[in-house]
Design a protein around this ligand. Sequence first.
Ligand SMILES: Nc1ncnc2c1ncn2[C@@H]1O[C@H](COP(=O)(O)OP(=O)(O)OP(=O)(O)O)[C@@H](O)[C@H]1O
Length: 239
Amino acid sequence: MFIWEEAVKIVLEVNNLEAYYGESVILKNVCLNVQQGHIVCLLGRNGVGKSTFLKSVMGLVHTPCGSICLNNEEIIDKPTYFRARAGIGYVPQGRDIFPHMTVEENLQLGLEIKGGRGGIPQELYELFPVLKEMLTRKGGDLSGGQQQQLAIARALAVHPKLLLLDEPTEGIQPSIIKDIGRVILRLKKEGYTILIVEQYLEFILGIADDYYVMDKGAIIAQGLVSAMNKEDIQHKIAI
Ligand SMILES: Nc1ncnc2c1ncn2[C@@H]1O[C@H](COP(=O)(O)OP(=O)(O)OP(=O)(O)O)[C@@H](O)[C@H]1O
């Protein structure tokens, strides 16, 4: 009998990656895959190298060894703007909202990667109704949670093939954390592929498909979230 199996498509494939700040090696031999349509979480304590990993994928740190493939194309030697145009959306830790620009102007900046073409997609306001109410407010006047929503919306403006989120729950009140969780699940339903760096295990349990745990710049555990031994992983990421 012939069984038709749909081929698994890997959007991001990282192999044997090393990253450095000056002479200091931060990432060692990191391998991590993100399958299309999946939500993948990279967990770990403070300072183990999670943000450095996302910055490496964006081309923001020195990565002399290894491989970073986006949809089977090697991008490790490509500049950051190329990676952004190739479809990687990045929401850094701290959000990087422009405080003196309005919410609308911040959203328009998200379109610049693709030459500013097309208007702001209306679905962004469905995902984040609060942004529509605050279009003329300055980014710097928004709460931390609202800024996080604005940063995610800005990255989504060009429909990225891969969305990188660096600690989306950091410093945010529980009700907004729930809203962000709901948005991520909706994006998953729409077929988005997302890699989230987190320290907050409970948040990712309800939303992620696959997890990796990092310690001292190396991957020390990985698997399906559905099969995760939560106590063991919590112990590995506890301070
Ligand atoms: N610009 C930099 N120059 C030198 N060292 C850095 C720089 N940024 C980070 N580091 C160091 O690299 C290591 C990894 O930092 P990184 O921010 O990637 O960790 P993290 O796991 O994301 O932690 P956190 O959750 O606190 O952001 C840390 O030891 C940190 O001090």
